[in-house]
Design a protein around this ligand. Structure first.
Ligand code: ZN
Length: 450
């Protein structure tokens, strides 16, 4: 396939904007050639053409930490007094919602998020799943939805002791079962990978952490929340006398492939350990603000060498909104306009997220337009009214790009949306089925909360 009439934003080592007559040849899911369009049209006259009609063509966005299972929280009312703190938010909302999910609920929660991702240019997502009453097979349900959508994702199940040791063991089994599926390298699962999911230190016993470490295969990273709220630190200190990162480190959870979400309440010693281990840390500013847990010391972590990426924690899959909140939050928090500059946002959201996905997908080059990189691309209908250069692009995105400007989404060379039309998923039919499923889930949520 040829992509023609686009203005290319390359990202990569040296970001370039190629405005004049460059085209792309896509073969076998990767960008085979970047060349003058005329040359490509002459050399490949029979090749199918995708016309970008003058729009920007750029790598798709990546979300490094999300929860498809939370989709039906939209508009969901919590009975009684509103939660007064983070633990009450977990207890009254998330730990009732996950229990209320049935298999249909798991499937349609995922599908509505995948529709959102395709429409708004997010091509890769790392999901962290929980559904305590449908554990066995839940990751297959999500994987099938991801394959139907055509997106790229890594999945895992959140192991936790909060529903007893049987459910903890079932969670471990579900991770292992899904990891085995991925290790078969079925071509139909080419865009899928697996992590070993753990909920958070505060709901994991020493025994469960130990068992998880023993059974997690080499080369597979853990995916866990860490020090999102102060309660996680207090619990860890009480259980072990150690702070969260040090407790997890004791159990071998900090592999180079592991992802720790949040790190809002890390101290310097934890940041140092994390940097030494080389595990990933993901930042989710919208979620942190919503849960009022605090502001993660992201700049310090970057300075100390922690590999920091950007997720959305189940907020909308419009990653540019997350970029914008990251850009603003640290400025207002410190009342300092020099904090979290545009280039730092790009470092986290583009470069680091791409390196993270490259780690997860066996060295796949991603997040850049270069020969040999994955053809995960979006078209953006943006009409700048001030000069746009490779140097000031971050600020055009932060102040000008809107998710509604994404008109095409391509993963592994396959168009999932073109000219604003979804090609793999039927949004209307999915919304209808999701409405039925969410009514049942809300009913159960009400019963559980009563
Ligand atoms: Zn999360």
């Amino acid at each position: 396939m040829l992509i023609i009439n686009g203005k290319l934003i390359t990202w990569g080592k040296e970001n370039k904007i190629l405005e004049d007559g460059w085209g792309l040849l896509i073969r076998d899911g990767v960008i085979k050639k970047i060349a003058p369009q005329k040359e490509l049209l002459t050399d490949y006259p029979e090749e199918e053409q995708l016309d970008a009609e003058g729009q920007y063509v750029m790598p798709g966005n990546i979300c490094a930490h999300t929860h498809f299972y939370g989709a039906f929280s939209r508009g969901l009312g919590i009975s009684g007094e509103p939660p007064a703190n983070f633990m009450q938010i977990l207890d009254k909302l998330w730990w009732h919602l996950d229990k209320a999910l049935d298999a249909e609920g798991v499937r349609y929660s995922a599908l509505v998020c995948l529709v959102d991702a395709i429409k708004h240019g997010t091509t890769t997502l790392i999901d962290h799943h929980a559904s305590p009453n449908v554990i066995d097979g839940s990751l297959d349900i999500i994987a099938d939805a991801v394959n139907e959508a055509g997106l790229r994702a890594s999945l895992c199940y959140e192991v936790t002791d909060r529903d007893g040791s049987d459910k903890a063991e079932q969670g471990i089994q579900e991770n292992l079962r899904f990891i085995r599926r991925i290790q078969k390298r079925d071509p139909n699962d080419a865009n899928l990978r697996a992590h070993f999911g753990l909920h958070a230190s505060l709901t994991l016993s020493d025994e469960t952490l130990e068992r998880s470490r023993e059974r997690c295969p080499d080369g597979i990273g853990f995916h866990i929340h860490a020090a999102e709220g102060l309660a996680d630190q207090e619990d860890s200190l009480e259980r072990s006398g150690l702070r969260v990162v040090h407790r997890l480190d004791q159990f071998g959870i900090l592999k180079p492939q592991s992802i720790l979400a949040h790190g809002v309440h890390f101290d310097d010693s934890e940041i140092e350990t994390l940097a030494q281990r080389g595990s990933w840390l993901t930042h989710q500013p919208r979620s942190n603000m919503n849960n009022t847990v605090g502001i993660a010391p992201i700049e310090k972590m970057l300075e100390k060498g922690v590999r920091v990426g950007l997720g959305n924690d189940g907020f909308s899959n419009t990653m540019w909104l997350e970029w914008k909140e990251a850009y603003l939050l640290h400025k207002i928090a410190h009342r300092d306009p020099q904090r979290m500059g545009g280039n730092m946002v790009i470092q986290i959201a583009v470069k680091n997220n791409s390196a993270l996905i490259s780690d997860v997908f066996d060295g796949l080059r991603i997040g850049e337009i270069s020969e040999g990189a994955a053809a995960d691309l979006i078209f953006v209908d943006y009409h700048p009214f001030t000069p746009l250069t490779s140097g000031n692009l971050p600020w055009h995105i932060l102040f000008g790009f809107q998710e509604s400007m994404v008109t095409a989404t391509i993963v592994s060379g396959k168009p999932l949306m073109f000219q604003g039309e979804l090609l793999t998923l039927d949004e209307e039919a999915i919304a209808k089925k999701a409405m039925e499923a969410s009514r049942r889930v809300w009913k159960r949520f009400g019963d559980i909360s009563a």
